[in-house]
Design a protein around this ligand. Structure first.
Ligand SMILES: Cc1cc2nc3c(=O)[nH]c(=O)nc-3n(C[C@H](O)[C@H](O)[C@H](O)COP(=O)(O)OP(=O)(O)OC[C@H]3O[C@@H](n4cnc5c(N)ncnc54)[C@H](O)[C@@H]3O)c2cc1C
Length: 292
């Protein structure tokens, strides 16, 4: 596929000094403005004329209050809208306690893109292959959405509504991603299938978080990317092993069920059939790595 990059369409660039100003600008230019964080998705889309040209681009990067990663024993992890992929990938607390997310972040793009792009931008862009999404789904993340009217908290499972679509309204901004604490006996793994070793989008992405004691599965969460209109949890696959001893046969049944739950499409990157086989292989691998 050949991509022709053209010049950016004309737009007004605005850099609010406060969150309140950003929300006022969103309300004032309702439906015609676009927020920009790292710009690593937005600008290529604008150049490629993949989206309707916004009249205003509202730059969030001038709002340092949104750039944080906080951890609390009670409340868990909070990732601000401007925390970069690099900050998440290299955060000691995320590497230690929420490693599935650190692994997903480190699998993304290049150093330059990871230094600029944000995890919030990755999920707001809402492509089915977004690498952070399966990891965040297995961590049962919630997002805080704010507008001039107030704020609401939405579970990530209910956030995605279709390819490139979310529940965000024209006047809302994603302010924070929250992740509840995990027990110490949990382990997470993210595996990503790409034709190239780096700088490639997932053909299939699988995240697994396993909470196990003496080989018994206390809980398991499986997240799938690039194999359905949105990133999804494979809940039936989880049910096949939850509460039971991990055996080769049960892991295989779980992997096969995840493949059945996936709804991939044929496209220029892979056939649906190949993707389904790869879901089975990668779920098997992710569970085995998580319990090894
Ligand atoms: C070369 C290259 C390689 C890439 N490789 C990968 C990869 O391997 N895996 C992968 O998943 N992605 C990849 N990407 C895509 C991109 O880098 C990520 O999705 C990144 O996380 C986007 O973050 P951003 O801050 O740049 O978002 P932006 O481009 O600034 O924004 C993306 C979208 O989200 C909206 N938005 C941003 N922040 C908010 C907010 N706080 N509230 C509401 N809406 C918001 C914007 O309006 C826009 O619609 C790649 C991109 C490039 C250019």
């Amino acid at each position: 596929m050949v991509t022709f990059y053209r010049r950016l369409p004309r737009f007004e660039y605005v850099q609010p000094k406060s969150l309140d100003e950003a929300l006022s600008l969103l309300a004032e230019h309702k439906g015609k403005a676009k927020l920009i964080a790292g710009g690593t998705d937005l600008l290529p889309k604008m150049k490629g004329r993949e989206i309707k040209a916004p009249t205003h681009v509202i730059d969030l990067k001038g709002l340092p209050d949104l750039d944080y990663i906080k951890y609390d024993e009670e409340d868990g992890l909070a990732i601000g809208a401007l925390a970069t992929i690099h900050a998440v990938e290299t955060s000691p607390i995320i590497q230690q306690k929420f490693s599935v997310l650190a692994q997903a972040a480190s699998s993304m793009a290049s150093t330059q893109v990871r230094n600029r792009g944000t995890v919030a931008g990755n999920i707001c862009n809402a492509v089915p292959s977004a690498d952070s999404a399966p990891a965040l789904l297995t961590l049962e993340a919630r997002v805080t959405l704010i507008s001039k009217e107030g704020e609401r908290i939405v579970s990530l499972e209910n956030f995605f509504t279709g390819p490139n679509e979310t529940v965000l309204t024209d006047t809302e901004l994603l302010a924070e991603i929250q992740i509840p604490n995990l027990p110490p006996n949990s382990r997470g793994v993210y595996v990503k299938l790409t034709p190239r070793r780096s700088m490639d989008l997932a053909v299939v992405g699988v995240a697994a978080v396993v909470i196990a004691e003496d080989g018994v599965c206390e809980d398991i969460r499986i997240g799938l990317g690039a194999v359905a209109p949105t990133p999804i949890r494979a809940k039936r696959a989880e049910d096949t092993v939850r509460g039971q001893q991990f055996t080769e046969e049960r892991i295989e049944r779980s992997a096969k069920t995840a493949a059945e739950e996936s709804r991939p499409i044929d496209d220029h990157r892979a056939s649906a059939e190949y993707r389904r086989w790869m879901v089975q292989a990668l779920v098997r691998r992710a569970i085995n790595q998580a319990i090894s």
